[in-house]
Design a protein around this ligand. Structure first.
Ligand SMILES: Cc1cc2nc3c(=O)[nH]c(=O)nc-3n(C[C@H](O)[C@H](O)[C@H](O)COP(=O)(O)OP(=O)(O)OC[C@H]3O[C@@H](n4cnc5c(N)ncnc54)[C@H](O)[C@@H]3O)c2cc1C
Length: 336
């Protein structure tokens, strides 16, 4: 039936416009069906599964709709640093960027996994959460968001919410450069709204002194709720925490993480940043050191000042906020 419709369309095109149009039409059909990830045209992938991480986030697993070999494309992006792909919402013809999580299983090397916030008011979020397994999804990329140059040895990554996805990418790229003579280090400060977002994530991150005001104040105009009961020994780790732990066991001592949970009144403070930037092992190194920040706009502004738009492009804007006050010498700062 499908084949007959296709042949009918070719016949109509033949009559109307001749061989040139046929060539263009067939080419466009081929392009539509391709599953090779590329920055110029949307490639077809299929939704394999949507795994619940918390009430506000899921991990989406996609695989190419056809057995196109995407491994080289992925490998090149993973070697470079932080990257995203654009998803298309075909009914509204809008696109949104999402950050692939590093691979966890070699047998799934054709797949891409995404940690996506569930937002009932978000157009793309609503679309993605309404898809059933096996649905086609159109994506385009990779788009390199930040290149981690080969001279970088220390990264402090400050992540808010799904900003943990680029943090995991940075860890994956940086730590994969480990050798007998090169032991790069990375420290992640991850702030989430609720414990359910980072279930099982343990760190002695209780701040001393009075609780600080949250970055959520101002951004959402709400005060943090009173401290909820702290879960001391959560039954199992969430999917993202598991992936962090897996990287930690693969690179012992090279990746450290502190978890901050808004509903538990633990917030990223100056001391948590200084603990790493002033640590003995970060001192005296002649290699490049980076502070990367990713999360909601309010989170980035609070820590390092807002990004700005000029001449149709998003620019870094001046360094402000908490990090400007700390003025960590020898550290370059980048807002993602
Ligand atoms: C490089 C890059 C990488 C990214 N990676 C990720 C990632 O890995 N995971 C992830 O989850 N996100 C990621 N994002 C964010 C993502 O691209 C989207 O911006 C996000 O998912 C929201 O898109 P949306 O279409 O669902 O929401 P939109 O429709 O664009 O809405 C945006 C905001 O406006 C609010 N809003 C819209 N309409 C209403 C309304 N009527 N009433 C009240 N509020 C409303 C929504 O609640 C939402 O908060 C990334 C962004 C970039 C730039």
């Amino acid at each position: 039936m499908k084949r007959r419709t296709w042949l009918l369309r070719v016949a109509v095109v033949t009559l109307i416009a001749g061989p040139v149009a046929i060539g263009a039409y067939v080419k466009s059909q081929q392009d539509c069906q391709q599953s090779l990830l590329n920055p110029f045209t949307f490639a077809y992938f299929r939704l394999v599964s949507r795994e619940r991480v918390s009430s506000t986030s899921n991990i989406f697993k996609l695989q190419p709709a056809k057995p196109d070999d995407n491994r080289q494309v992925y490998e090149s992006a993973w070697r470079t640093g932080i990257w995203s792909v654009m998803f298309k919402q075909p009914q509204l013809q809008i696109g949104r960027h999402y950050t692939p999580l590093p691979p966890v299983d070699q047998s799934e090397d054709e797949m891409l996994r995404f940690f996506i916030r569930r937002d009932p008011h978000g157009e793309m979020s609503r679309y993605l959460n309404g898809l059933s397994s096996g649905s086609k999804v159109e994506i385009r990329g990779p788009q390199i968001e930040f290149e981690i140059s080969s001279d970088v040895r220390d990264i402090l990554f400050i992540a808010g919410g799904t900003g943990i996805a680029p943090a995991l990418q940075a860890a994956y790229t940086l730590l994969s450069r480990t050798s007998d003579t090169n032991k790069p280090r990375m420290h992640i400060l991850w702030a989430t709204r609720r414990r359910e977002d980072c279930l099982g994530g343990s760190s002695n991150n209780n701040q001393t002194g009075a609780p600080r005001s949250s970055w959520l104040i101002g951004f959402f105009g709400t005060k943090p709720s009173s401290p909820a009961a702290v879960i001391l020994e959560p039954p199992t780790s969430g999917a993202i925490v598991k992936q962090i732990e897996s990287l930690q066991s693969q690179y012992p001592g090279q990746l450290t993480v502190r978890y901050f949970v808004d509903e538990e009144n633990t917030f990223i403070g100056k001391d948590s940043i200084l603990d790493f930037t002033n640590s003995e092992s970060s001192q005296g190194s002649h290699h490049k050191k980076l502070i990367l920040i990713s999360g909601p706009e309010g989170f980035i502004s609070y820590l390092a000042g807002p990004k700005v738009w000029a001449r149709g492009r998003e620019l870094q804007g001046p360094l402000q906020g908490v990090i400007k006050e700390l003025d960590p010498k020898d550290w370059s700062v980048w807002k993602l």
